[in-house]
Design a protein around this ligand. Structure first.
Ligand SMILES: Cc1cc2nc3c(=O)[nH]c(=O)nc-3n(C[C@H](O)[C@H](O)[C@H](O)COP(=O)(O)O)c2cc1C
Length: 359
């Protein structure tokens, strides 16, 4: 039977995926407190509905960095879609295109950014990690520009890879038939499979630059005209710095609870980031969105759009592009229902008065 919500997709994905891939996708770091906090915080927020508002037509459309979209639900960058589907990220891009969404493609993909661009008809952003060898990063930027990506998403919460204990136990690495799609030659070196060691952590800690500071954002701006979105901000202080350093967008994110343990839930961090950015950058949020009402809470508290990580992987694993498109359709329908029942006929009409924060 076709799943009717994200939880059912998750259950089916757990049955379909190889156990090591399932562990990699679902895990958070350490005791997974941050992972659970994202969900718990959404559950603690209640809605304050208004009635007798004309909701006979609901408009889900929004814009992100000037791009018109029929939905505020976007696809977060996640690595290694080849573990879920033989067509990998190309299949995800087809599903995103069918649903009219926007996809953020990860640096750590199994298909190349050019292949993803060829498969997609939807707008694309490219997620960037800064490698110790800046030339590797600059090459990715040039290729993303040429392939038609519309923005760069700089991930800033990964000075080191979080300790994901299932991956350590499983010796997680890419199986031999999968590759780092964006790299050739030496940089194609890939996370190996070794028992008792996360190959991904070894790879990331060796190649990614943990000495990164705000200078990296200035550097990136100096080499490209593409707008830059900073992903992984949780505080007012960093939101102000991001705006000062020219970020056009901020994704309030804790990497789906996979990095810092005992960090804040993203929905808890959102209000201070929105206030501090003061309109100087667009604000988006990811982490724990599993229902339309979760999206509605984030949009009401000032996010312009929200991004989905794992739900997209569940859709991809269960039914390829149709699964991705169906996951987005389900959440869009839930969001539309929630907007009707809180009395908000458009995304622009959503505001903090619809939300009661826990005391
Ligand atoms: C399996 C997996 C791989 C991820 N890979 C990346 C990545 O390559 N780059 C990145 O910036 N974020 C990555 N993330 C974080 C997501 O972009 C996003 O912040 C997170 O998944 C949102 O939370 P959710 O899964 O609860 O929706 C990854 C997350 C998961 C679950």
């Amino acid at each position: 039977m076709e799943p009717i919500n994200i939880a059912e997709y998750e259950e089916l994905a757990a049955e379909r995926l190889a156990p090591v891939a399932w562990d990699y996708y679902r895990s958070g770091s350490d005791d997974e407190r941050t992972l659970h906090a994202n969900r718990d915080a959404f559950e603690r927020i209640k809605l304050r509905p208004r009635v007798l508002v004309d909701v006979s037509r609901i408009a889900l459309g929004t814009t992100v960095l000037g791009i018109d979209l029929p939905t505020p639900l976007l696809i977060a960058p996640t690595a290694y879609h080849g573990l879920a589907h033989p067509e990998g990220e190309c299949e995800t891009a087809r599903g995103a295109s069918a649903a009219g969404s926007l996809m953020v493609a990860s640096t750590m993909s199994n298909r190349s950014l050019e292949e993803v661009a060829d498969a997609a008809t939807c707008p694309l952003w490219f997620q960037l990690y800064v490698y110790r060898d800046r030339q590797v990063t600059e090459d990715l930027v040039r290729r993303a520009e040429t392939a038609g990506y519309r923005a760069l998403v700089l991930t800033v919460d990964t000075a080191r890879l979080g300790r994901r204990e299932r991956d350590i136990r499983n010796g997680f690495g890419l199986p031999p038939h999968l590759h780092m799609g964006n790299f050739e030659g030496a940089a194609r070196e890939q996370p190996g499979q070794e028992p008792g060691l996360s190959g991904l952590a070894v790879y990331a800690n060796a190649l990614l630059d943990s000495s990164l500071t705000w200078e990296a954002l200035d550097w990136l701006r100096s080499i490209t005209a593409l707008p830059i979105v900073v992903k992984g901000i949780l505080t007012a202080e960093d939101a102000r710095l991001a705006v000062e350093h020219g970020a056009r967008g901020i994704i309030v994110s804790n990497h789906g609870g996979r990095q810092l343990e005992s960090g804040m839930a993203t929905i808890e961090a959102l209000p201070e980031v929105v206030a501090a950015a003061h309109g100087g950058a667009e604000i988006y949020l990811d982490g724990g969105i599993r229902r339309g009402t979760d999206a509605l809470k984030a949009l009401s508290l000032g996010a312009r759009a929200v991004l989905l990580g794992r739900p997209i992987l569940w859709g991809l694993a269960v039914a390829g592009q149709q699964g991705v498109a169906h996951v987005l359709a389900l959440l869009n329908a839930e969001l539309e229902m929630a907007m009707a029942l809180v009395g908000s006929p458009s995304v622009a009409a959503l505001g903090p008065e619809l939300v009661r924060l826990p005391v």
